[in-house]
Design a protein around this ligand. Sequence first.
Ligand SMILES: NC(=O)C1=CN([C@@H]2O[C@H](COP(=O)(O)OP(=O)(O)OC[C@H]3O[C@@H](n4cnc5c(N)ncnc54)[C@H](O)[C@@H]3O)[C@@H](O)[C@H]2O)C=CC1
Ligand SMILES: O=C(O)[C@@H]1CCC=N1
Length: 276
Amino acid sequence: MNVLVIGGGNMGMTYAEAIAKSNFLTAGSLMIIDQSKEKRDELRATGLFEVHDQLDTCLSRADVVLIAVKPVHAAALMKEMKPLISTEQLFVSIMAGVTIDTIKQGLDAVKVVRAMPNLPAQVGLGMTSFTGSDEVSRLELAAIEQLLDTTGRSINLTSESEIDASTGISGSGPAYIFYFMQAMMDAALKMGFDQHDARLLVGQTFAGAVELFNESTLSPEDWMERVASKGGTTRAALDSMDENNVNALIQEAAYAAFRRAEELGKQTKGTEAKDG
Ligand SMILES: NC(=O)C1=CN([C@@H]2O[C@H](COP(=O)(O)OP(=O)(O)OC[C@H]3O[C@@H](n4cnc5c(N)ncnc54)[C@H](O)[C@@H]3O)[C@@H](O)[C@H]2O)C=CC1
Ligand SMILES: O=C(O)[C@@H]1CCC=N1
């Protein structure tokens, strides 16, 4: 199987590197293309894959094409790709919000998988949700699952609405965690710790808490109870968060991302996206 990754930015490069380092493909079957020369030089320096600067030297050779450009660039890219593709090829898009119908129409393609990964894919701890068009066979979907799993774990969802929803949880989610970490670092700095110590205190606290959560079946609420003693310090912090509606605000943020994924889908339908 030949795989072409289009767009070698954060996510495209992450996928290309993960696929190249896994046993998923035989040597020489992975190609990548980026429109930026600087990016291509960076990709070539890895020595891990064939780097292309023109679609006509690579697109028709690919069985699977992973589209990893920003939603705002989707329409222009699909226009360029359309004359060069065949209906046998399978297209996997990781573009936020861009629907399967938009891709089918934009490319005149039939086999399309829409996936939503996240940034921890860079360290093999990614979470990717995906769903395929009716024309993608079970066997093909299983192969795509294996490809996605080179970056971590994946979940096969049944509707695109669920993909938009998962964008608000796992796709954008790492940024919410970083937001929380930043707030804790800011507090640590205010309390007088230096950068190094603040980073260590916060980083190890997150790593430990996540490990506890993943190693058990307890809910976050159960774990909160285990940390908090009656009348103690943690209860003071949790009460303060409850009084300030932090839970509701985080949920509202996740919904904002979900709604934005839906909006991006509407904006990219057949035309150039306005923003992305
Ligand atoms: N960064 C993240 O955490 C996540 C991003 N995504 C999705 O992944 C996609 C890519 O995001 P990033 O990697 O962060 O963006 P990025 O900006 O780092 O990378 C995009 C790359 O595509 C290249 N490109 C644009 N148009 C092109 C064309 N016509 N031909 C070839 N190359 C082209 C650009 O030069 C750039 O290197 C987006 O659609 C985003 O919605 C999905 C989940 C998580
Ligand atoms: O912010 C974005 O639009 C992309 C999709 C999920 C994470 N980053």
